[in-house]
Design a protein around this ligand. Structure first.
Ligand SMILES: Nc1ncnc2c1ncn2[C@@H]1O[C@H](COP(=O)(O)OP(=O)(O)OP(=O)(O)O)[C@@H](O)[C@H]1O
Ligand SMILES: [Mg+2]
Length: 148
């Protein structure tokens, strides 16, 4: 897949998520960690919804209040929202280490908040707004190094 995509609707962002699912299930069938960067409402959850849909999981929702949502489709997906995680102690409290040891794809919204705790290698996915109201630029880095 490409390193940069430009989308103009939530559906198009979901489609890029689906493409990442195709790519990662081939490159890293046992799982991988995807650190997401991007401001509030930029489309991180929409992207994960597309990824999970490709694995047969319908209607993934934001883990804003739950911190983590777990899904079981063709592969397991653990979807974190670290918006309110402030330090190592908070991470420990949610059992983050245990998730790292499991098979499956770990998506982390607000990975900016837990940078020091992310294992390498991982995929970095950054979403930014473009000039159009519904325009988004999606950049995916680190795919070359994550085969496991
Ligand atoms: N090209 C686009 N891609 C994704 N979402 C878009 C796009 N254009 C508009 N949107 C809108 O942007 C919002 C994205 O919401 P979403 O919950 O996915 O963001 P988020 O990055 O997860 O936010 P948060 O940090 O609050 O969890 C939705 O309201 C969606 O309709
Ligand atoms: Mg979100």
């Amino acid at each position: 897949m490409k390193e940069v995509y430009l989308t103009n609707s939530p559906k198009e962002t979901e489609a890029v998520g689906m493409e990442l699912a195709d790519t990662l299930t081939r490159l890293a069938p046992h799982g991988a960690l995807i650190a997401m960067e991007g401001e509030m409402g930029v489309g991180k959850t929409a992207f994960v919804r597309g990824f999970t849909a490709a694995l047969g999981i319908k209607g993934a929702k934001s883990p804003t209040y739950t911190i983590v949502n777990e899904y079981c489709g063709a592969h397991a997906v653990f979807h974190f929202d670290m918006y309110r995680i402030e330090d190592e102690e908070d991470l420990y409290a949610i059992g983050f280490e245990d998730y790292l040891a499991r098979e499956g794809y770990i998506f982390i919204e607000w990975s900016e908040n837990v940078k020091g705790a992310l294992p390498s290698p991982h995929v970095t996915l950054s979403i930014t707004r473009t000039d159009d109201a519904c325009g988004r630029r999606i950049e995916i880095r680190g795919l070359d190094a994550i085969a496991r």
